[in-house]
Design a binder for this molecule. Structure first.
Ligand code: FPP
Length: 232
């Protein structure tokens, strides 16, 4: 059966190109991340205007720990200061914030601010913004399997069991994954529930993204015919 939804219910975004944006301006890579946060705010606002229900942003992967100590601690510091500092923004625009990833093993102050942000935005009824932090698709599947084994070690695991033990089982699977900066990889992002996701790759570096980029995503998505393995 053909399905043609107008906008994705759940959009995944691999934000790429912060370093290149900074390098082009002879700025430190960290300046690219700060500008990237500004782009994230514009994108979530427009995604909400477009009627998208959920947007997952790939903020920090399980592989990003390989970056320099300075860059990692800048990103962790940005999370601590901006998650708290941007609460007024999230509440003004009725944005609920959730997280995906191995939050328990993050530095304590990061985990604390994450838990506070979840509580402080829990009553918001608009778009859900999911920040993937210390996130890897393979790691999420392993953690889901281990959660299941703790509950029911006596029987074989099914696909349905994996779905219900992922980090956010209540969030629908991602409909479309987009990536900035002209890179064409998933890089361990949402591996399980991207099984039938539409993919699109754009040239623009992440810090340059604005409202019109979300509009273009919606236009591109509306052209896709989704069959989920069936026939038209
Ligand atoms: C990828 O670009 C970007 C990241 C790994 C970090 C993204 C983080 C933010 C936009 C900040 C979000 C902050 C909050 C508080 C939610 P890259 O550094 O790999 O770019 P490059 O490939 O050009 O080097």
């Amino acid at each position: 059966m053909e399905e043609r939804p107008v906008v994705p219910t759940h959009l995944g975004i691999i934000m790429d190109g912060n370093g290149r944006w900074a390098q082009k301006r002879s700025l430190p890579r960290t300046a690219g991340h700060l500008e990237g946060l500004k782009a994230l705010k514009k994108v979530i606002k427009e995604a909400s205007n477009q009627g998208i229900g959920f947007v997952t942003f790939y903020v920090f992967s399980t592989e990003n720990w390989k970056r320099s100590k300075q860059e990692v601690s800048y990103l962790m510091g940005l999370l601590v200061s901006k998650l708290h500092g941007e609460l007024a923004f999230y509440n003004k625009y009725n944005i609920r914030i959730l997280f995906r990833g191995d939050i328990a093993t993050l530095p304590k102050e990061v985990a604390t601010v994450i838990n506070n942000t979840i509580s402080a935005t829990a009553a918001n009824t608009g778009i859900t913004c999911i920040l993937a932090i210390n996130y890897g698709g393979q790691d999420e599947i392993c953690r889901a399997v281990n959660r299941f084994l703790e509950e029911k070690p006596e029987r074989n695991i099914t696909c349905k069991d994996i779905c219900s033990h992922l980090d956010l089982p209540e969030v629908p699977p991602v409909d479309m994954i987009v990536r900035s900066a002209n890179e064409r990889r998933l890089s361990n992002f949402l591996l399980w529930d991207s099984a039938y996701a539409e993919l699109e790759f754009y040239e623009k570096l992440w810090p340059d993204w604005n409202f019109e980029d979300v509009q273009r995503i919606c236009t591109d998505f509306a052209k896709r015919v989704r069959k989920f393995g069936g026939v038209q």
